[in-house]
Design a protein around this ligand. Sequence first.
Ligand code: BDR
Ligand code: CA
Length: 310
Amino acid sequence: MNPIWIDTDLGFDDLAAVITVAQQPGWTIDGLSLVAGNAPLPVVTDNALRAAHCFGWRMPIHAGCAAPLVGPLVTAQNILGEDAMASAGAQLPQERAALDALPAVDALAVWLRQAAAPATVLALGPLTNLATLLQRDPTLAPRIGRLVWMGGSAGPGNHTAAAEFNAAVDPEAINVVLDAGVPLEMVGLDACRQARVHAADADALRALGTPRGRLLGDLLLGYVRIASPDGRLPMSLYDPTAAAALVDADCMEWRPAHVVAECEGRHTRGMTVVEWRVPRKAAANARVAHIADEARVRRVVLDALAAAAA
Ligand code: BDR
Ligand code: CA
């Protein structure tokens, strides 16, 4: 069994990523920590509790940081809608699982201290919870053996010209995590833009004819329509690509690099500056996914969604 912890600002693509891991034989999700990002924390929490009930997740769910380390929260609700589910009308059922009373950062600390081997964490949002954990207790850094993070970019951004959304929300948190020596595996826009979904993929989920198939199909169609309102263009798979990289190492090519987040720039705040020329120019502090096997990522993710739809 591969036990992991998932840290997420649960919007639609986070949901698809959690499902991708949850459906893999041999992988267990020991806990979910929630963080503000795609939407304010109460919305993210509501999504997670409704998703847990709908898909039968059994792991404890903990509410985490409601704002980034510095400055006010910026959300993606202008793109993903108020509920961050990109839903175009479709909604998770109203029934909710229970929220665990332990705050997320405390729960993650307990889990890391108890983990038998260096632990694996999948982070799908701003790194605020992880940075807060490491600021409180830096001795936990060596207990994280792998931190796979959907975020950043070695090229252009999506939130701004320079910055990917998760990086833009909390750039200081990225540097706290890197400076703590956590081995970061960055699945940024470079890889995620090579793994795309289409309206036809949503149709295939709907065609399964089950309630969860129709729900996931409708949600996926809303997500595809972010790329073009008529659904003609494919949409990049963000968080699910990181989930696929975690559970199927061969679907990604990685390169060592030195990564630092820009926290000052007027036009570049949140940019992840990736120095590939390691160790000549700087010591590597991360592995960055730079080539994704699109067919393989799609198969891992879409098979998982179809299985969860049954
Ligand atoms: C990232 O930003 C969020 O909107 C998505 O959930 C994903 O984690 C993509 O830039
Ligand atoms: Ca996310």
